[in-house]
Design a protein around this ligand. Structure first.
Ligand code: SF4
Length: 508
């Protein structure tokens, strides 16, 4: 037991050691024996008392004050409890919660920031209605839209619309968590938890690929690590680089699953005075120099099934400019695949060694590609029960969030709040501290959530005035579940959370 935790005396005297006691933090209501943990490993029975086992994480925003960053402490025991100049933010990581929230949030903390009296309400939300949106930067075909995504053989989500240069997956949601079999719920919860805590997760897609997704890392698709995100579709690539190819080659085809581009026919080529070449593309012509459906989606050139680019070419037309010796560059939208051809006397393209003069322009495509990454966004709705832990009149919190008076964070990281009803939010998990997420076996994910607003606004919306404490008091006495405290440097790039809001208010 942490020394600081020991100093905290709970309101009710601890039960005698050895007796099983009930954890009331979620509807599972585990009976926990002395020295053991409950079903979720988040709470345990220590000395006859229910204790939240992970320390409350207090982030220090040192950079903005020019102070020294405090390294992560393995635990709070070697910390003397003093504040060290940087601005602290009490996150909900390790704060605990009750679900449903029949009592105020575990920590309601006041702090003056830039002359404004603020209150932060801190709680770990238990989210049955939550999901994960995954963006995989790749042209490669991971599976058809609406195909089922599986983890350990269980259906945990589906493929959604491809976005520019990325394939998107929707994982989780209440139907997979609680609407299917127990195994499905467990697999969904486990995959989401690992994705949110930035661990690698292997996902298989019905009729598609096997993808290893890890937030902030390159995707691995069917065992192959992806390196580059495409620079654009074939047409966009032509637009970007047509001038680089002018005078060096007679024709350029940029092979792409969505829009394959042909420079001599494309508007960009026309403007530059490119001559007709008599080329024929086997695909559906959209507008001049832009072709759809040159192939099915796949793992080949530009996200097609093509391994030999000549497959998409028909006969060359001499009447429209084809002639022996005409030069042709074929390249993919990432610049990873490229080949050079010249027409022979029978107007058939023959592959030749790749000429030095074209290398620079192909490298330019590669240079313009961004690294391929997996992005994981946790998405959840802060429901009525959670809001009841913040205020006696929960809808007031919704209105305050929607009116931009209350700033919402997830482990201190900024969130995107969806317009419309409720408090539906998304957060980039790479901006939250490590292992910010937990789970309970209902099954549901547990995520930190903090609401920060002006103290007067908090009182106006029916906040729990009697529960407001100072940061120093939280550090000193901990909370109801007697968890230890841990200080950590705030992740780089996150301002002290409500500062953005304060600055916006000041500017408006
Ligand atoms: S699952 Fe965890 S939070 Fe829920 S009652 Fe059991 S120990 Fe407590």
């Amino acid at each position: 037991m942490n020394e600081l935790s020991e100093r905290f005396t709970p309101a009710e005297p601890p039960k005698p050691a050895g007796e099983k006691i009930r954890c009331d933090a979620c509807p599972v209501m585990c009976y926990i024996a002395e020295g053991r943990t409950g079903a979720c490993d988040r709470y345990g029975n220590r000395d006859g008392r229910i204790v939240r086992l992970d320390p409350v994480t207090i982030l220090h925003h040192a950079a903005e004050t020019g102070g020294k960053a405090i390294p992560f402490a393995a635990d709070a025991e070697d910390w003397d409890g003093s504040l060290v100049g940087a601005r602290p933010f009490v996150t909900a990581i390790g704060a605990g919660t009750t679900y449903p929230d029949y009592k105020p949030a575990p920590f309601i903390v006041a702090q003056e920031v830039e002359g404004v009296d603020l209150v932060t309400v801190v709680t770990e939300g238990i989210f049955s209605y939550c999901g994960v949106k995954v963006k995989i930067d790749t042209d490669r075909h991971v599976g058809p839209e609406t195909a089922i995504v599986r983890a350990k053989g269980e259906a945990i989500g589906h493929v959604t619309t491809a976005e520019y240069g990325s394939q998107m997956l929707s994982i989780g949601g209440v139907h997979h968590l609680t609407g299917g079999s127990k195994a499905e719920g467990r697999a969904t919860c486990e995959a989401m938890l690992d994705l949110c805590n930035r661990k690698p997760v292997e996902l298989t897609i019905d009729g598609g690929a096997t993808v290893i997704v890890e937030a902030g890392k390159a995707p691995v698709i069917d065992g192959k690590t992806e390196h580059r995100m495409r620079v654009g579709c074939g047409s966009a690539t032509i637009g970007m680089f047509a001038t680089q190819w002018r005078g060096l080659v007679d024709e350029v085809v940029v092979v792409d699953d969505h829009i394959t581009g042909v420079v001599s026919e494309h508007q960009a080529g026309k403007v530059l005075g490119w001559e007709d070449t008599g080329i024929k593309i086997l695909g559906r012509r959209s507008t001049p120099g832009r072709y759809f459906k040159v192939s099915e989606p796949g793992l080949g050139w530009g996200g097609t099934t093509i391994t030999d680019p000549l497959q998409i070419l028909g006969d060359w037309n001499a009447k429209k400019g084809a002639r022996p010796g005409l030069s042709l560059l074929m390249v993919s939208t990432t610049g990873e695949q490229f080949a050079y051809f010249e027409l022979d006397d029978a107007l058939r393209p023959v592959e030749k060694p790749f000429p030095q003069r074209l290398r620079k322009s192909v490298e330019l495509i590669e240079d313009n590609c961004e690294p391929a990454l997996c992005t994981v966004l946790f998405m959840a709705g802060a429901g009525g029960s959670l809001r009841a832990g913040v205020t006696e009149n929960p809808v007031n919190l919704t209105r305050s969030v929607q009116g931009l008076k209350t700033y919402v964070t997830c482990g201190g990281a900024p969130v995107y709040v969806w317009p419309g009803g409720g408090i539906t939010l998304m957060v980039d998990v790479t901006r939250t501290p490590e292992n910010a997420f937990g789970s309970v076996p209902t099954p549901a994910l547990v995520a930190p959530i903090e609401f920060t607003l002006r103290r007067d606004d908090y009182l106006r919306l029916g906040g729990y005035a009697g529960e407001i404490r100072t940061v120093a008091d939280v550090l000193e006495r901990g909370g109801e579940y007697a968890s230890p405290r841990r200080q950590a440097a705030a992740p780089a790039g996150n301002l002290w959370p409500p500062l953005a809001q304060l600055h916006r208010d000041a500017a408006s």
